[in-house]
Design a protein around this ligand. Structure first.
Ligand SMILES: [Zn+2]
Ligand SMILES: [Zn+2]
Ligand SMILES: [Zn+2]
Length: 173
């Protein structure tokens, strides 16, 4: 009985924007690709190295490995009821892509996206999602689970190579 009450109390604690993100469990997941496009996986690694990563404009041309073309539209459902919504950034969306063998499943441009947060924090590979479902999934992570985006000077999600905090537990592109 008392255990039950404890559980209810824990799950109803409201998450404030000041709450720190969950701890970053391990970095070993960075060295094994569970299913991202090979180039997306490499790009995520490159973005953590000084001088690494593609130029901003390159995120808008098709992937040289799988022809993926990254969209930049955020579905309205992602922002609904969330005035302080956070932008996961086009770089992060690009890094999340999965090479789709069935273009019809991936929407207009064959866009299918995996989740780096589930992979890096929980070592869980979630089923690749079309953009609308991916944003709903990200909304859960940022609005409900308490994950935080690491922001650069301009307020946008920054690449890990630009973050000066050692072992920063926030989400980078
Ligand atoms: Zn690709
Ligand atoms: Zn996830
Ligand atoms: Zn950071």
């Amino acid at each position: 009985m008392s255990t039950k009450i404890m559980e209810v109390d824990l799950t109803t604690v409201p998450i404030t924007t000041d709450e720190p993100p969950p701890p970053y469990k391990t970095e070993s997941s960075r060295y094994h690709n569970p299913g991202f496009c090979e180039f997306a996986f490499r790009e995520r690694q490159a973005n953590s190295i000084p001088g690494g990563g593609m130029k901003a404009a390159e995120y808008f041309s098709s992937c040289k490995s799988c022809s993926f073309l990254c969209g930049d539209e955020i579905p309205a459902s992602y922002k609904t009821g969330w005035p302080e919504w956070v932008d996961p950034s086009v770089n992060f969306r690009w890094e999340s892509h999965v090479a789709s063998k069935e273009p019809m499943l991936g929407g207009l441009h064959g866009e299918l996206l995996g989740c780096w947060i589930c992979w890096e924090y929980e070592q869980t590979w979630v089923k690749p999602m079309v953009p609308e479902d991916w944003y709903a999934h990200m909304r859960q992570h940022f609005k409900v689970d308490g994950y935080r985006i690491c922001k650069g000077k301009m307020g946008a999600m920054q690449r890990r190579r630009n973050c000066r905090v050692e072992h920063c537990p926030k989400i980078h592109s």
